[in-house]
Design a protein around this ligand. Structure first.
Ligand SMILES: Nc1ncnc2c1ncn2[C@@H]1O[C@H](COP(=O)(O)OP(=O)(O)OP(=O)(O)O)[C@@H](O)[C@H]1O
Length: 258
């Protein structure tokens, strides 16, 4: 079940450095939301607060609340590992587990969750690879190393690995930045399909990509170098790209800076 995300008055720190200031946004279930903005404005940092990955950096912390269907992910007693099971993540560079086969890469999360039954694992691996649009390309070589695939295939393998544990939200941090244009289009098609089941949030530097894949767009910016990043505006992608409220948004989208 896809979930709604409510970010309320979130401030994000790396030790004494205030990286992101007072962000409040709502992400609706079964939508794709794109985070855009110039380098260093905090897009990835905000993304990583949505599954408590930010705090794995020593000294890093978050104030405010991030609710998933009303439950605060930062509430007392919430286990960050359990959060990451529900809110999956796909990274910039495809990162299959290097020593594992295609099958084992997809099955890894399920095995960690205690699933041992071979039939259950095989069904879940097939379902996830079909869902990630990779099954037809790999079904005859599931025992081969995950890293033997092309970059675009590896990224779809990582998406299959992320969805195998049936998360409710999928975070993607520039998932196409290391890929060629054909693989990029394959991932973009896949993102469109994934939103039928998941809430998807994607960080991208590619304006065309944001326009192609997202329903909502959030534009972040820095007031000045060394100052925290801020959310400037968020709205439907159509509005942000055609008639934004803020001049800075228009300047960024039309390539005047960033
Ligand atoms: N591990 C870290 N330790 C300290 N500061 C960090 C760390 N990671 C990021 N920052 C700082 O936090 C701010 C926001 O960085 P972040 O990577 O979130 O920006 P971004 O908008 O995603 O940038 P880019 O588009 O270049 O990836 C920057 O000033 C960055 O230098």
């Amino acid at each position: 079940m896809a979930k709604r995300i409510d970010v309320k008055n979130v401030n994000i720190f790396y030790g004494s450095f205030h990286a992101v200031e007072d962000v409040s946004i709502t992400v609706q279930p079964r939508t794709v939301t794109a985070f855009i903005g110039p380098s260093g404005c905090g897009k990835s940092t905000v993304l990583r607060t949505l599954n408590r990955m930010h705090e794995v950096i020593p000294g890093a912390y978050v104030t405010g609340t991030v609710e998933l269907d009303g439950t605060d992910l930062y509430g007392p007693g919430v286990d960050p590992v359990a959060v990451r099971r529900v809110v999956g993540m796909v990274f910039q560079r495809p990162n299959p587990f290097p020593s594992m086969s295609i099958f084992d890469n997809v099955a890894a999360g399920l095995r960690l969750n205690g699933v041992k039954n071979k039939k259950v694992l095989a069904e879940a691996v097939e379902r996830s690879l079909i869902h990630a649009n990779l099954w037809n390309e790999v079904k005859d070589r599931l025992g081969k190393a995950g890293v033997s695939l092309s970059g675009g295939q590896q990224q779809r393998l990582c998406i299959a690995r992320a969805i195998a544990v049936q998360p409710q939200v999928l975070l993607m941090d520039e998932p196409c930045s290391a890929l060629d244009p054909i693989s990029t289009l394959a991932i973009e098609d896949l993102i469109q399909q994934l939103k039928e089941e998941y809430t998807v949030v994607i960080v991208t530097h590619n304006m065309q990509q944001a326009a192609r894949v997202s329903d909502q767009t959030a534009f972040f910016n820095l007031a000045a170098q060394g100052k925290p990043g801020r959310l400037i505006e968020m709205g439907t992608t159509e509005k942000i790209f055609s008639n934004p409220d803020e001049k800075a948004t228009e300047d960024y989208i039309t390539g005047r800076f960033g």
